[in-house]
Design a protein around this ligand. Structure first.
Ligand SMILES: [Zn+2]
Length: 166
């Protein structure tokens, strides 16, 4: 009986702690956190699909490698201009890897590939071709369509967005 009460109390305390700091290692829980999303949008300046994809990649890297803004290195390979480069801001916001600390870099390349390194662990996420095509098919000036796809991508299963190799 005592043990059950203790477990229940500890669970409540842990839950309260997670709610207070607003951070959860599990990326599935983080995408339900509306405050996190609205802060990210504020940081980037608008809600777009590539920033959202960067958030998803960064949150997933946090889950796999354990978040560490000092020890993690992120290398993003894509076209070096918006909208593709917006991805970098999502990764910076989620992982804490920043331009200032020089632990995130953008290399010009085809498609979109994000590599995360921490100590001897590596995670590589490659954006699936069908997602690139889905974004490319959006009417360029239809802001609402871009925002709607961004919101949709935020909730989609990670395996349906990226090819994942660890
Ligand atoms: Zn953007």
């Amino acid at each position: 009986m005592f043990q059950k009460i203790l477990v229940a109390t500890l669970s409540i305390l842990f839950f309260a702690f997670v709610v207070c700091i607003g951070y959860d290692k599990n990326e599935k829980n983080m995408v339900q956190n509306e405050e996190f999303l609205s802060q990210a949008v504020k940081f980037h300046g608008h809600l777009g699909p590539y920033m959202i994809l960067g958030l998803r990649a960064g949150l997933y890297a946090n889950q796999v490698l354990e978040k560490d803004p000092m020890q993690t290195e992120a290398i993003i390979e894509t076209l070096p201009q918006p909208p593709q480069s917006c991805f970098v801001d999502g990764v910076q916001f989620a992982t804490g890897c920043t331009m200032g600390k020089r632990n995130i870099s953008l290399i010009e390349g085809e498609g979109l590939k994000a590599s995360f390194k921490k100590n001897d662990k590596i995670l590589i996420l490659t954006l699936k071709q069908e997602i690139i095509e889905e974004i490319n098919s959006l009417p360029p000036d239809d802001e609402e369509a871009w925002e709607n796809l961004a919101k949709d991508l935020y909730q989609r299963e990670i395996e349906k967005i990226f090819k994942i190799s660890k």
